[in-house]
Each structure stands twice: as structure tokens, then as C-alpha cells.
Design a protein. Sequence first.
Length: 423
Amino acid sequence: MMTKILSFFLAVSVLIFPFQGWAITDAEEMSEAITENVFEAEIPDAPEVNAGDVGRYTSIAAGWSGSLHISYFDRTNWDLKYAYYDPIDNVWSKGVIDSTLIKPAVEPVGLYTSIAVDARTGNARIAYYDAYNKNLKFAKFVGGGGNCGQYLDWKCQTIVSSGDVGNYPSIVVDSTGLAHISYFENATISPYGILQYAKERTDGTWELRAIDYSARVGWYTSIDVDSTNTPAISYYDITNGNLKYARKQGTGANCANGLWKCETVDSSLNNVGRYTSLEFDSNNVPHISYQDGTYANLKYAKKVAGGCGAGAWTCMTLTSAGSVGYYTSMAISSTNYVYVSFYDATLGDFRLQWTRPGSQVWYSDTMDFGGTVGGYSSFTLDSKGIRVASYYDYSNADLKFVKSTPFVGNCGNGNNWTCTKLD
């Protein structure tokens, strides 16, 4: 790890941060870096505002017939919020799901949101962190008779309440309608950090499992399931500065009491593995986007025979110009086109890289470059295969939404995208 830290100081002189006069810090990220002694280039915080600071920790998921679901944090009111797009009426609706009772709050509810949709019902599920109680929470749309939401149409539940649990949650819903959540536990004994996993049971209770505690591990988790509903997780090894990957195996594996296989994907001398995003393609091959924190580059890994890491991965740098690779988010089409969105902190832009199946060529596009935009971003494909994303506008402290609309849009390269302020 010391080698990786030294490599950062050698690289820092080549990084440029034209953040339009704002301090090169983010309150949450910087506090983590100081606490963990992780030395990396940091990103700008949004300007302080008296009202209307919304859109951090956003996450987007696609539903039926072009419908869309977005979870996000309202920093002004310290609430977990939700936005829904109705494709029939072509309108967005917004509401509060869970609220911080004491306001303003130093430790509010609704951080690190992650949203997924049950493909059978079209209803959304949200995993998030309750910083006040230091708990992992879960919200499920039930339509009525719930205990949260503006119309009591959501059910909010604390999944884990012992210790400090729930940072960096990621959620996926399998084909049977059951949710899987990965998250980080901030432990009080060595190794002081554990990658954890929760699976929803049919009776509404949860199966809990510690996955990796070989070192201080489990930041920036991202979870997905393959076509057999087998879960896998990408995550950051804080102690060693590596990208790791865990997959449920059943028996005879090397972690989680022999039930999961944990492997190091990228163990280069640099500090790698922040902002991970994991997706399986149609052949059940895992792909991961992530950041090289030492040089602030965007990286990508795919599991193949004879690659980097112990598990046969191929790793490559997609973009290295400037300070890039923050908030990576990956989506893979049914025909295996791979898309990776990210925030470019040098230019203050929201950008996209993509490649065709079987190709070694990656293409680049800018989705929004008005002001400083693209923080806390989340990218997906809707049910029709249209590229969409939610993200945070640093300049105006707003939640924004972007959609691919070739040649008729109002933003991005060649007006190929339409950008909308949602909140």
C-alpha cells in the first residue's frame, strides 16, 4: 500500500483541477479519505445554498414500457426522495419516501441511495443509509397500507441496526422478485471494515452474510445477478488499494465461510477500485467500471481467460486525460453493447464511453457540459434500449435527467441529448 501512496505523490503534479473557483473537496468524500488515510484526488463540493439542494446520491432504474424510477437525497430537507416517469402521460412525479425527523441534521437519512425494479410487478425498491441511526434501510413500493411515503404507499424497513452498517449499498432484484443488497460495515475491531450482503426472503425477513473481512474492504459496492440469479459484487479494498470481486459459489470457496469466492481483479501499483459498477452481459460474463484513484483515470475490467488479477480478468484504461472516472455507472444492452458513464472533474462534464460487442475500440460522448454537472451519476437503458441517466448539477445544486435524443436534443455533443432539471 505504501508503494501506491508514493505513486500518487509522483502523479499529483500532472493532475489539473480547473474547478471554476470551488474548493477541490467533497464533504463526505474528504472526511472518508482523511479517516481512512486514503490519498486521492478529490472532487468539488456543490456551492452552499439556502434552499433547493437536491440530487446527490442519485440512482436510476428502468421499469415497464419506458417508465423510469429515480431515488436521490434532498440535502436541504434531509430526506430520501423519489421521482417516477410515467411514459403514458409523459410526466414526472416526485415525493418524499423517508424523512429525517430532526432538521437540520448532521447525520440525515437517505444517503447512498440505490434503486432497482421488480420486473414482475414494475415496482421500485430502494436501499439507503440512515446516518443518524447508522443503519441499512430498505424501501419497497406497496401501493397502499405502507408506513412511509407521502401517501403511505411505501414500506420502509431497517434491515440491519447493530453497529455502523449500510454505507455504499447497492441493490438488485432477481427474476423471482427478491432483493439482494451489498453494503459496507464500519467495524469497531480489526480489520475495521467488512463487505456485507443481505438477501430478501419470501416472508420479508433477510438473510445476512459477511462476505469479505480479509482486510478493510467493502467501499463502493456494486451488485448484480446473472441469468441463474447468482449474485456477485464488485468493491474496493481500502487497505491494499485494489479492486475486488466476490461471487456466490455455494461450497468450497475462499470467503464467507466457503460460500463465496473472493478475488482481486486489479492489484496494480496504483490505488484502484473506487466508484465501481458491475454488470453481467447476456453470456453471464461480468464487466466492471472503476477509477484509478492515483492518476484519476477511468478503468474497465472484463473477466476473460489470461488477464489481470488472480481470476483471469482483462483490465484497461478507457480515459486518462485530466481528472476523470468519478461516479462510474455501467449498463449493458441485450446485444452486449457496453456503456460507462462518469464525471469528468477537469472539464466539469458528464461523459459516456461505449463499445460494440467483441470490439476493442471505445467511443466517447459528452452528455452534458453546461456548468459543472455529472456528480453522483447513475446510467441505464430503458425498456426500449434508450440511454438515460440521472445526475447532480453542481452549479445549481439540482437533480437532472438526460436522455438520448439524436439531433433534436438541447445538450451534449451535437445536441444528441436532452437534459431536464427534475428537482
